[in-house]
Each structure stands twice: as structure tokens, then as C-alpha cells.
Design a protein around this ligand. Structure first.
Ligand code: TYM
Length: 326
């Protein structure tokens, strides 16, 4: 029996962080056992923000090597760069002509990004979710594993599939999102979502001493909400991160000991650091090895794009016929 197809992507801006890892990448690795998996670097999406062209390709290669090092090896999945398969932008245009402007203006990410980048509110920032819908539907993917912040975009993708099917005949499945156990990680400030742009993150490839320093000084519920609800671990961002790295038995112990004040935040952070490094150290070693082999990383992306291109060409042919272009 054919495996269901899943797809997801990550932008190549800067360095992948722990939010990306526990919100998405770790789940992606796990899902490779059950699905036909396509994962890609969203290099066209990231162009909506000001960037340095001379350094861009290096960022794409760095993101790819991080994903491979995390376990998304070519044996387990198809890894590629969005711009290597022209069907993404082809299909996005057709979806542009089906999408009401109001749907795009309502998107939270559009509002946030236009606030953050007032000097560069380009049309790409607005039509960003249409390209995302094209990424997914170009391969007729049925499941999209993402963090919570992307759910609104998957909802728009479902509406886009429905609109196309209603207008031109049944063509696309309505994909479902799938969240990890930790779909929303806050930044080290304990306030906003962990993100590259807010510089409140722990990088997957940060050196151990930096990771400890960032954890040691990270906000806990003590700073955030202790006055309201003293010592409730479920309100603490670090406890959420613990859920992704620590065994269930330890989590129960920590929750109990945190509530009764048997352990303080620093002990909790030390345990988290140790468990986190146990998982990240082998990833960092593999990433360091791949850093010496950029050609190998590029070859993985090219092979992946080759496979995707075949799927994309067939779907675009069907789309053009149905839309009356052929
Ligand atoms: P991006 O690059 O912002 O993030 C990649 C993945 O990491 C998740 N994530 C988080 N999860 C939990 N806590 C956080 N603080 C956190 N920050 C990021 C994101 O939810 C995402 O799953 N638009 C997408 C890329 C994209 C895409 C697609 C995804 C383009 N086309 C098609 C799925 C399908 C983005 O900017 O992800």
C-alpha cells in the first residue's frame, strides 16, 4: 500500500533554533517512519524579509546540513530547496487568482511581520500564505506537521484546495496539520514566541557553554506568573521544553518537586541542560562533519529536487488542463 504523503518546510534565515526543533523537526524525523516525507528549505519565502544575497546560499546549505544532522537523511526522506522546483511559483500564481485579498490581510503573520518590517512591506509578505498553499498542494500532501504558529496558514491552504476543487473540479486533498507535543515554545524572555527575528532563541548548533548560559538566565514562571499561581510547572516555558527532552518519569518528578519547592529553578535547568545536550551533542557532531562537505549537502538537495520535479510536473499538467490553459 502507498504511504500517505506529508510535507513541511523551514525558512533558511539564520540558524535553526530549539523552537523549530521541538515544534517541528524532531516530529518530522519521527514521522519519516510512517509516511512518504518531503521536507524543504523555504528559500523563496525568506526573501520577503531584507537579506544579504552574498550570504544567502550559505544559509540554505547551513539549514540543510542542520536538518540532515537532526536525522532527516536522504535514506529517510526527500529533502530539497523550494526554488529548485519551479512548480511552486507556477501554482502560486493560479492560487493568487482564487484568493480574496481579505483572507490575506487577516493573517496574523502578515500583521506581525508588517509591524516588524515597516520599511519593507512588500507584496510577497502579503501573498506568502498562497505560496505556502502551493508548496503543499503541488505534491497533494495530506498531512503537514508544523508548530502552532503555522496553523492559520494550513487553514488557508485547506480553503484554497476547496476553492480550486469547486471552481475547476476535484483535484486537491484538504491537508491536515499535525502538531508536536510542544507546538509553541516561548523565547528565553518567556514572553514572545521563540524566533530568529526576536533573537530570544537557543540555536540547535549553539556551543554547549552558550546553551547553558542562555538556559541559566532564561525566564521561568517565577518571573512570569508566580505571583498568580506559585510554582505551577505547566505555566513555565522551561518545563514545556523539558517535555521535549526529558523522560516521562523525570517530568513527573520535576513537576512534583517544583510544586513543593524541593528543587529550585536552577536544578531544573541543570537537568534540562543535561538532557538537551545528550540529544543535541550527536546532532552537533554530525553537523560539524557536514560543514566540511557543502557539496555533499548540495547534492542531497539536488537529488531531492529531482524527485519532486517529477511529481510537480504531473500535477501542474493536470492543473493547467483543468484551469483551461491546455
Ligand atoms: P519557520 O521557518 O518559521 O519554522 C519552521 C517550523 O518550526 C516551527 N516553529 C516553532 N514551533 C514551536 N515553537 C516555536 N517557537 C517555533 N518557531 C517555529 C514552525 O511552526 C514551523 O513548523 N511558513 C513556514 C515555512 C513553510 C512551510 C511551507 C511549512 C513554507 N512553506 C509549507 C509547512 C508547509 C515558516 O516560516 O516556518
Amino acid at each position: 500500500m502507498n504511504k500517505k504523503r506529508i510535507l513541511s518546510g523551514i525558512q533558511p534565515t539564520g540558524i535553526a533554533h530549539i523552537g523549530n526543533y521541538v515544534g517541528a523537526i524532531k516530529n518530522w524525523v519521527y514521522l519519516t517512519e510512517r509516511y512518504d516525507c518531503l521536507f524543504f528549505i523555504a528559500d523563496l519565502h525568506a526573501m520577503t524579509i531584507e537579506y544579504e544575497p552574498a550570504e544567502y546560499l550559505q544559509g540554505i546549505i547551513n539549514t540543510a546540513r542542520t536538518l540532515i544532522a537532526c536525522g532527516l537523511t536522504p535514506e529517510r526522506c526527500t529533502l530539497f530547496a523550494q526554488s529548485h522546483v519551479p512548480g511552486h511559483t507556477d501554482l502560486a500564481w493560479i492560487f493568487n487568482c482564487l484568493t480574496p485579498l481579505g483572507d490575506l490581510e487577516r493573517m496574523t503573520q502578515f500583521k506581525d511581520k508588517s509591524d516588524q518590517h515597516r520599511e519593507n512591506i512588500n507584496a510577497g509578505l502579503l501573498t506568502y500564505p498562497i505560496l505556502q498553499a502551493a508548496d503543499i498542494l503541488l505534491y497533494k500532501a495530506e498531512v503537514v506537521p508544523v508548530g502552532e504558529d503555522q496553523v492559520q496558514h494550513i487553514e488557508l491552504t485547506r480553503r484554497t484546495a476547496r476553492r480550486f476543487n469547486n471552481r475547476y473540479g476535484e483535484t486537491f486533498p484538504e491537508p491536515k496539520w499535525e502538531l508536536s507535543v510542544t507546538p509553541r515554545i516561548l523565547g528565553l524572555d518567556g514572553q514572545a514566541k521563540m524566533s530568529k527575528s526576536l533573537n530570544n532563541y537557543i540555536g540547535i548548533l549553539d556551543p554547549p557553554e552558550i546553551i547553558w548560559e542562555k538556559l541559566r538566565t532564561a525566564a521561568t514562571d517565577t518571573q512570569r506568573v508566580r505571583k498568580k499561581d506559585p510554582g505551577d510547572p505547566d505555566l513555565c516555558n522551561l518545563f514545556t521544553i523539558h517535555k521535549a527532552f526529558s523522560a516521562p518519569d523525570l517530568l513527573l518528578d520535576i513537576a512534583r518537586q517544583c510544586k513543593s519547592a524541593e528543587i529550585g529553578c536552577i536544578e531544573c535547568k541543570k537537568m534540562l541542560y543535561e538532557n538537551m545536550m545528550q540529544e543535541l551533542a550527536p546532532i552537533q557532531a554530525r553537523a560539524a562533519d557536514l560543514e566540511k562537505k557543502p557539496d555533499e549537502v548540495m547534492a542531497v538537495l539536488k537529488t531531492g529536487a529531482g524527485r519532486c520535479e517529477k511529481i510537480a510536473v504531473a500535477v501542474m499538467e493536470e492543473v493547467r488542463k483543468k484551469a483551461g490553459l491546455r
